[in-house]
Design a protein around this ligand. Sequence first.
Ligand code: SAJ
Length: 413
Amino acid sequence: MKLCVIGLGYIGLPTAAMFANRGYRVLGVDVDAKKVERINKGLFDIEEPGLLAFLRDAYNTENIRAHHEIEPSDVFIICVPTPIDTNNKPDLSHVKMAASEISKVLERGNMVILESTVPPGTTINVVLPLLEKNGLTAGDDFELCHCPERVMPGKILKELEENHRIIGGINEKSCERGKGLYTTFVRGKIYTTDPTTAEFTKLAENTFRDVNIALANELAKLCEIHGTNIWNVRELANDHPRVNIHIPGPGVGGHCLPVDPWFLVDGDTGLIPKAREVNEGMIKHVENIIRQNTPKDGKVVLLGATYKADTEDVRNSPTDKLVEYLCDFEVTLHDPYVKEYDGDLEETVCKADTVVLMVDHREYVNMVPADILELMKGNVVIDTRNCFDATEWREAGAKYILLGACETSFNSK
Ligand code: SAJ
């Protein structure tokens, strides 16, 4: 069986490797010539626990090769990016391009699977007509499914195998054939449904998370106003059997949650855009805390440049935005996972007026307060993730400020 995976990013490449390691002959297709060249030499740019070894295993099977053009195959899996434009409208150009290219080589008996996250109706109204341009009929001549990817960056390998999958097929035959393919490596349940339900479900999941994080962030700001501590409130409230307050922080980054909710809504009104606004606004809130506590032109050190902990992924990272907002300060970044900023931590904090914990990488949890404070010029330490031990830092002489808590309130940690 020959499989063609289009788009060799965070999802496409591990998926291609998954099939290659199980004996399929896989052609990975990407428009990035450098990436294609590197993959064909066994060089991979994704750093995650276990993933690199898994990709190398796939390379060593000789079942996987990369190319910049689609070739005739039995199955085509589309894993291309689906960003939003500057007006928050979905940009489906990569999906359309992939479907048009597949159409040129599509044969009777093939199957096409769309994994990219897309607005409801895309599989049927956008992808299907483009595939049929060569005269074949979807459902009769070839199978078509939407099977949304649902893995968490940082746990890609584990979640590819363990997560449940949804196969949205255009007819029963598509559902059954799609299910058969994913049974190759998925150990979770495989549900079958129609494409639009599958598309909507994926968007509902990420929107659920984004809206819930917005609630946590809103509560955090209210706690500051009311002189209490969101981290204590959260702990107590989440002990209730039907409450699950998410984790507040400096904003929502990555390539999914800041984007996908816009696939469900058209316009700026309603709960979903409001949640986006709240989450985007958190970085301004952090900026204000820094400004209130740092001398003019002072040195601000930001710990963590990625969009979340223990990953090297910097896409839509809140830290990026903050750097823009703090252009009148001397800003220095540190991040053990990002080559550009992985210098010596102690050298980086030297002479800092303010140190801001932006990402709770495991390397930061055990920083020794006295050692850091001795190197700093000032003593302001702002923790946006409740990563540090407040008492330890205060006892060492820090002016420790926790996002979502007034400075003097009791911190449970
Ligand atoms: N965040 C918070 N508070 C929280 C949880 C997250 O502030 O309680 C922030 C993180 O710091 C980060 C951002 O949200 O900046 C997004 O991180 P995440 O861990 O929530 O999600 P992603 O973007 O890494 O992955 C999500 C996942 N979706 C869900 O959990 C519903 C993943 O399963 C999807 O496959 C992925 O989006 C995707 O590709 O769509």
